[in-house]
Design a protein around this ligand. Structure first.
Ligand SMILES: Cc1cc2nc3c(=O)[nH]c(=O)nc-3n(C[C@H](O)[C@H](O)[C@H](O)COP(=O)(O)OP(=O)(O)OC[C@H]3O[C@@H](n4cnc5c(N)ncnc54)[C@H](O)[C@@H]3O)c2cc1C
Length: 395
């Protein structure tokens, strides 16, 4: 069902080699926050990926991308996920990938030229500013930020947090209420806000599990205080903010799930390699212990199941669109996030103290990917919606 073409196999092989030889060696400065060493090297590797045509795998060819289907990009995403830097190197990292998609689907020609084109070229970065500290992000129809028409402008006021990658980004796509009287799904709009506009303050990079991050690897708190942008910065029609956000989330969840499967494969690989090497007594390896054997078998089964479920959801989106695939999307969002936590936990446990160090990416992922069960819809919300739809079929 998910057979790959010879052309895709060739791309996957090239990507695998590139990730192993060019990207993984950059993990050390990244994991040790040595950005001065990392940044120039990272830009060189990005330029190399671009020159080899391994750029924007998820974007249609007419926009300079590789034009892969969602299933094909899923395979690619799994390879890139095996290192924390993979998606950034190929310019398909969140939140830029989602913003590119929004601009392609909903942007005017002028918006595409000003914001999309430099984003696609990798010259600027962007962020998506929806969640607010005082409101539940899991109910995105409930927002306090407002965008009020004044003359030919919108005047935007609000406080956002967990605006990932805001630090150093050129613009944000901001969700704000444009019509408080409308029905809840039609209240808000998405508006492009250049981050150098007067009234925008990046208050802080939020410290997450002990780390503030920097640049694209950070989560910003932003205050929008009487921020004035022209009405032509509106994306789509007024009131379509929620609908556009939903469109973005379908493919976005496939990207995340396949990236998590990539993380699982790397963790699995590290665990199996180490289990064969590490002796727990002279001549007796960790791999000979039944507990480890159970972890290996359970992890293999869970990763394989997660991949098949995710490709199935991607296949359905490719054929029928995100709405038709909403059950499959909800299922993978919580299932694969759970597999990720379990596989990472086992890999760390198998490594003992080494698993807690930043000599391997396991501890980094363990702290940063705990959020997988929260962003893009917490587990409970997905379980609730899928269960309600299933149960309604029995009424
Ligand atoms: C690392 C990270 C990156 C993020 N990046 C971005 C970003 O770039 N842009 C952006 O706008 N936002 C971003 N977010 C925010 C994210 O979308 C929200 O955290 C998420 O939607 C949950 O909202 P909340 O944190 O307000 O939790 P709440 O909505 O307050 O929910 C808290 C908890 O309550 C439970 N819960 C909620 N609703 C229900 C329900 N109906 N039934 C049962 N239980 C429920 C869940 O366990 C949930 O975890 C990011 C978050 C993280 C952690």
């Amino acid at each position: 069902m998910f057979e790959t073409s010879p052309e895709l196999e060739m791309i996957l092989r090239t990507m695998r080699e590139f990730v192993r030889e060019e990207v993984m060696p950059l993990e050390r400065p990244f994991l040790h926050y040595d950005y001065d060493t990392l940044d120039p090297l990272l830009e060189q590797v990005r330029a190399k990926a671009k020159s080899l045509g391994l750029w924007l795998p998820q974007i249609p060819q007419e926009y300079g991308g590789m034009g892969l289907s969602l299933v094909e990009h899923g395979y690619v995403s799994e390879i890139l996920g095996q290192t924390p830097l993979g998606h950034y190197v190929f310019n398909c990292q969140a939140p830029d990938a989602g913003n590119m998609e929004i601009l392609i689907e909903n942007g005017t020609e002028a918006q595409k030229e000003k914001y999309l084109a430099p984003l696609l070229r990798g010259e600027i970065r962007s962020c998506f500013s929806m969640t607010e500290p005082e409101n539940p992000g899991s109910n995105p129809t409930w927002l306090s930020s407002t965008a009020v028409k004044q003359g030919s402008d919108y005047l935007i006021n609000g406080q956002k947090w967990f605006t990932s990658s805001a630090d150093g980004a050129a613009f944000a796509i901001v969700m704000a209420v444009t019509n408080p009287e409308a029905s809840k799904h039609l209240r808000a709009s998405q508006i492009i806000v250049p981050l150098d506009t007067a009234g925008v303050t990046l208050v802080r990079n939020i410290s997450v599990m002990g780390e503030k991050g920097r640049g694209w690897a950070s989560h910003g708190e932003i205050v929008y205080d009487n921020v004035r942008v022209p009405q032509e910065n509106l994306l789509g029609k007024e009131g379509e903010g929620f609908v556009i956000a939903q469109q973005r989330l379908g493919p976005g969840r496939i990207h995340h799930c396949m990236r998590w499967i990539g993380i699982c494969e790397r963790a699995f690989d590290e665990m199996c390699r180490y289990a064969n090497l590490r002796q727990v007594a002279p001549g007796r390896t960790l791999a000979q212990q039944q507990t480890i054997q159970n972890w290996v078998a359970e992890s293999r089964a869970e990763i394989n199941a997660a991949r098949l479920m995710t490709l199935d959801a991607a296949h359905k989106i490719d054929r029928e669109g995100s709405y038709a695939a909403r059950d499959e999307i909800s299922l993978i969002k919580f299932y694969v996030a759970g597999v990720l936590q379990r596989v990472l936990d086992r890999a760390i446990q198998a490594h003992g103290a080494l698993g807690m160090t930043d000599d391997l990416p396991l501890a980094f992922w363990y702290s940063h990917e705990r959020a997988a069960r929260i962003y893009d819809g917490p587990d409970e919300v997905h379980k609730r919606s899928i269960a309600r739809r299933i149960l309604s079929g029995y009424q």
